[in-house]
Design a protein around this ligand. Structure first.
Ligand code: PLP
Length: 409
């Protein structure tokens, strides 16, 4: 069984701050930032953070201090990145399916656009002729932990398919757009570097088509091991095989390029734990499975329900307890509202505190107000051990005050 990072600290936080609460460890985030920089250090590089994974401003500040830029996908993300202190040149705007209005608003932030549709490229060219742009290509090779997170290949809405490259170049020429970057992001939760390499190769081969090219962005997608014993993304292979191969390729390219990566999950997933309290135990007759109900649910961490994703669950209140099998469920009125199915966990009692691990990415960021239950609190454990509330818990009455202030009769 995977043991949570600093279980004593987690127990203390649960007793002082209550639950449900997301806890993040600054130390782990900084460690991941530095590790990745080290892995790509052989290449001229730039790292971005896909802030959709976790947009808490305190986390963004840490990432900014580490010298990492931002992959932003909405005006909200651009605005938050700006307010946190990211410079426009360290932000890449990769929104999809945008309107002309959004395009004009986004342009006022001064960041480079990454465009993955011919129609949008043409509209961008008409509006901003003669400017720099990055284009997102679809290398026809997708990968990921679930079909919903595969973002390249024939079934994906993302990126300009390679066979439309001549059209993309024609549009760029017509509007004097300088394609200074090419981009791909083939999916999320990739564990095998061979998947990444097959897409990387497609972009490297395409590079000579772009005389103004200054960088190639290979996207994010680096997976983390959610289960004990699960292979992690092959970082040694990444550093010792994939990066040197890119370097080798780049040496025969006519121009000197920088190579970008933009993970989200890798930087924050393992830094976050969701703490929840057990509110009920029940069985549906003799021999039935045991349900351990909690005060959180799909509204706070939708990954198990949405992707059938696995998150380790550790009973912080009974760490040495005998293992029994449980369905760990939430308090939302949906049968699929379940964190784990038939899972061996240390014996659970009512009021026990459960730690749901590796929840720092696509956890809070994908949460909702479904059933009008408020969001969890978010707490950051500093490197010094200091515990800071980085997003306050809102009471149900304040939530409804807010709702009524936004609605009209
Ligand atoms: C364009 C783009 N870049 C990067 C990412 C980050 O992916 P991951 O969190 O798997 O690294 C995403 C995630 O959806 C994305 O859409």
């Amino acid at each position: 069984m995977k043991v949570p990072y600093q279980p004593k600290t987690l127990r203390q936080i649960a007793s002082v701050h209550g639950t449900p609460t997301y806890v993040y460890f600054e130390e782990i985030i900084r460690d991941r930032c530095r590790k990745l920089k080290d892995k790509v250090s052989l290449l001229p590089h730039k790292l971005l953070y896909a802030m959709k994974a976790n947009y808490n401003p305190a986390i963004l500040k840490i990432i900014c201090e580490e010298g990492i830029g931002i992959d932003a996908v909405s005006i909200g993300e651009l605005e938050l990145a700006k307010r946190v202190g990211f410079a426009p040149e360290d932000v890449l705007y990769s929104a999809n399916s945008i309107t002309d209005e959004e395009m004009h608003t986004a342009a006022s932030y001064g960041s480079l656009f990454n465009i993955g549709e011919l129609y949008r490229l043409a509209r961008f060219g008409e509006a901003f002729p003669g400017t720099d742009v990055c284009i997102r290509l679809n290398p026809k090779v997708g990968a990921g932990h679930h079909e919903y997170v595969v973002t390249a290949g024939e079934k994906s809405k993302f990126g300009i398919p390679m066979e439309y490259l001549p059209e993309a170049l024609e549009i760029a020429a017509k509007h004097r757009l300088k394609i200074i970057g090419i981009h791909q992001h083939i999916g999320s939760g990739i564990l095998d570097i061979a998947d990444l390499w097959s897409a990387v190769e497609v972009l490297l081969e395409a590079a000579p088509n772009f005389p103004d090219l200054t960088f190639i962005n290979f996207g994010g997608g680096l997976g983390i091991p959610y289960r004990i014993g699960e292979a992690s993304f092959d970082y040694d292979g990444f550093q010792q095989v994939l990066i040197p191969r890119i370097k080798e390729w780049s040496e025969v390219l006519p121009q000197q390029l920088a190579f970008w990566f933009e993970p989200g999950r890798y930087f924050v997933a393992e830094a976050g734990t969701l703490l929840t309290e057990v509110t009920m135990l029940k069985q549906n007759g003799i021999g039935s499975r045991t349900f351990a109900g909690t005060n959180s649910g799909q509204n706070h961490l939708i990954r198990p329900m949405f992707y059938n994703a696995y998150h380790e669950i550790f009973n912080l209140s009974n760490p040495t307890g005998i293992l029994y099998n449980y369905d760990v469920t939430g308090n939302i009125c949906e049968s699929g509202d379940r964190f784990a199915k038939d899972r061996p966990i240390q014996e659970i009692r009512v009021n026990d505190i459960l730690a749901i691990l590796d929840a720092g990415a696509y956890g809070y960021a994908m949460s909702s107000l479904y059933n009008l239950r408020p969001f969890p609190e978010e707490v950051l454990v500093r490197k010094t051990g200091e515990v800071e509330v980085v997003r306050k818990r809102v009471s149900p009455t304040s939530l409804i005050d807010q709702l009524l202030s936004e609605t009209t009769d």
